[in-house]
Structures are given as C-alpha cells and as structure tokens.
Design a protein around this ligand. Structure first.
Ligand SMILES: NC(=O)c1ccc[n+]([C@@H]2O[C@H](COP(=O)([O-])OP(=O)(O)OC[C@H]3O[C@@H](n4cnc5c(N)ncnc54)[C@H](OP(=O)(O)O)[C@@H]3O)[C@@H](O)[C@H]2O)c1
Length: 291
C-alpha cells in the first residue's frame, strides 16, 4: 500500500509520541534516527513530508529556529505586519513544527506585533506549550496567548524585565548579551519542565540570539520571492571582515509552494538529516515497521 499525505503525517505523529515503539505504516521501515525506506517509493509530496518530519519526530531533543523572509531579507514590513509573507505550504509547515514540538518560543516583539495563537489549527496534532521571552517592556495581559486558553502559556523573563501579566506562569532566568533571556538558560528552564523539543518561531532578534548562542540544532529559513524594501530584518549577527568569515551552512533546499525552504543542519548530534529512502546499504540497521 502506498502512503498518502494524511497517513504519512499520522505516522509521523505516532512516532513522535512513542519513539521507543516499533511503528506500523504500510510497509514503511523507519530507523531510530528517522531515516526511512519503502519498497514502493511514495509520491514526491509524501516523500518530502517523511524526509522533513521523521527525523524530528524520532528525536526527543532538538532546538529548531525558523524564519520566513523575503528575497531582500525582511521578515515583516516596517509596521511589523508579517502575515502572508510565505505561501500556504509554509504555514502548514509551521503548524507541523508546532505539532512536533514540546514548546514553541517567540520573542516579545512577535507577541506584541502579531498577537499570535501558536496552535496547530491547520494540521492534526497537539498544540505545544507556548513560551514568550519577555523583554524590557511589559506584555499586554490581553494578548491571545494569555487569554484564549487554547494551550498552556509560559513567560520566561530576566530579573530586570517588566513584571509578567497577572496569572500567567512565569520563570526568571539569566539575561543574554542583548538583555533578553539567555537562550541556553531558556532551553535549560524548558528541559527542566520536560520540554526538550523546542521550536523557536521568531522573530528575527530571537532566532538570531539562539543561533549566536549555539543552541540551535537546525535553522530553517523559508525565502519568498518578495521584495519588501525595508522592514524587520531576518538574521542579524555580528559583522565579519571578509566573506571567508561568514557562516556557510550545510543542509538541503526544498520547494515549499512558491517559496524555497533552506533546512540547515547546525549540529550533527541534533536530529539527523533525512536519508535517501532507497539506501540499501543502511537498510540492515532499520527497524521493520508496518501498520
Ligand atoms: N516572518 C517570520 O518568520 C516571522 C516570525 C515571527 C515574527 N515575525 C515578525 O517579526 C517581528 C518581531 O521580530 P523582532 O526581531 O523585532 O523581535 P522578537 O525576536 O520577536 O523579540 C525580541 C526582543 O527584542 C525586543 N525588541 C523588539 N523590538 C525592538 C526594538 N525595535 N528595539 C529594541 N528591542 C526590541 C523585545 O523586547 P522588548 O520588550 O524590550 O521590546 C524582545 O525581547 C514582528 O513584526 C513579527 O511580525 C516574523
């Protein structure tokens, strides 16, 4: 039986929730690192889905940062408006990453500009714990993250930050170089609460800080064929004197509707890059699964 996209996504979710079990899906063989083989190649859409999500589902610990940006490196207009920057398949992708994560993290700038819900409305799967990193300025208690009850919300702040909105669980950690909660301290605080699969959804300052702190296992940037001209920058890192000092990333590039997803592996001990489904040599390592 050839998997369709819905069945493949259900398999990914099942593997995420019971990583130690053998999983069953029509003749599909999944290795502990999320690599997979199938006697009959699935259609390209399903193959891409398995390649992208099985390694994340199979691993119990990862930190992944994602930004959707224009060709000229902006994640929002000067007004802060960022909705519809990317094509619909990337929105589905964001919701899938949420479904695979234990926690989804955003900076205070994003919480304020977007008033996001950070739930998994577009795909099957449970919404993660929603985490806001509080900055110097207060967060409005009326934000949907604090009022909609759609999933638990946690604020992580520094001792110097504005007080948390009343009634919202709040954790205080050390500050990083930019004064926001230090990424390593954020990840440690989440891990202490059993939240080890962490999706850092934005904005640019927050993903950049996590990258610079060296805590990201993966960085995904989805580039839309759009020129915004000016606006909120995507990655902002310390300047380099020469291009030879710039960070060149390894990974793979996947079309996502009209956009292109750059899926960059930053740490090899993070979730493994997906393997070719036809790799006979490694087939012997695989666990046989079937649904
Ligand atoms: N395209 C995408 O993938 C995507 C994803 C998420 C968000 N966004 C967009 O990104 C924007 C927010 O990103 P961001 O990088 O500005 O912030 P952010 O990463 O969401 O928040 C980072 C921190 O920066 C501080 N901050 C925000 N604006 C600042 C400013 N102008 N000067 C100094 N500190 C500031 C905030 O604390 P304070 O409390 O001190 O202000 C916060 O602690 C929004 O417009 C949102 O729509 C786009």
């Amino acid at each position: 039986m050839v998997l369709d996209a819905d069945a493949a996504w259900r398999l990914v979710l099942a593997l995420r929730d019971r990583p130690c079990d053998r999983h069953t899906a029509a003749d599909l063989t999944v290795r502990p690192d999320g690599g997979w083989t199938a006697p009959e190649p699935p259609v390209p859409e399903v193959r891409a889905l398995l390649d992208l999500y099985l390694p994340l589902a199979a691993s119990g610990t990862w930190v992944l940062g994602h930004l959707g940006q224009s060709l000229d490196g902006r994640i929002a207009c000067e007004s802060g408006h960022s909705a519809a920057l990317n094509d619909d398949p990337n929105l589905d992708h964001l919701h899938r990453l949420r479904a695979l994560a234990d926690a989804v993290v955003v900076g205070a700038g994003t919480a304020r500009a977007d008033d996001p819900r950070l739930t998994t409305r577009r795909v099957a799967g449970t919404s993660p714990v929603r985490v806001v990193l509080a900055g110097a300025r207060p967060l409005a208690p009326g934000l949907r993250l604090f009022t909609d009850g759609a999933a638990p919300t946690l604020v992580i702040r520094t001792a110097a930050a504005a007080p948390c909105p009343p009634g919202v669980p709040c954790v205080t950690v050390d500050a990083g170089p930019d004064g926001a909660p230090a990424p390593a301290a954020v990840c440690a605080a989440l891990a202490r609460r059993g939240l080890r699969r962490v999706f850092v959804e934005g904005g640019g300052r927050t993903v950049s800080a996590f990258f610079e702190a060296g805590v990201l296992d993966r960085l995904q940037i989805c580039v839309a064929p759009l020129l915004i001209g000016a606006g909120v920058p995507a990655m902002t890192l310390p300047p380099v004197a020469a291009l030879g000092d710039a960070v060149r990333l390894d990974g793979r590039w996947l079309p996502m509707g009209r956009d292109m997803l750059f899926d960059c592996v930053l740490r090899q001990d993070g979730p493994a890059a997906a393997e070719d489904g036809a790799d006979d040599e490694r087939r012997g390592l695989a666990d046989r699964v079937g649904v």
